[in-house]
Design a protein around this ligand. Structure first.
Ligand SMILES: [Zn+2]
Length: 70
């Protein structure tokens, strides 16, 4: 996928949940006896794999302009 912002080909990824919040999530899961973990998964996988890893620009996957990789 070509990122117009970075002007380079990039590997798309999901927006990551920030690492520094993982401890908060752990406490949340602990306090909710595991129920929070389900919410964590929902939050994590509702994010589509459509963002640039460098500028976090969101691509419109319905309007893909694929090109040769590299
Ligand atoms: Zn980019």
């Amino acid at each position: 996928m070509f990122c117009n912002t970075c002007e380079r080909y990039v590997e798309l990824k999901r927006k990551q949940i920030d690492q520094k919040y993982h401890e908060l999530w752990f406490f949340f899961v602990f306090l909710t006896f595991g129920f929070g973990y389900l919410i964590f998964l929902i939050v994590k996988y509702r994010k589509r794999k459509n963002s640039c890893p460098y500028c976090e620009d969101i691509f419109d996957l319905n309007n893909i302009q694929e090109g040769p990789i590299g």
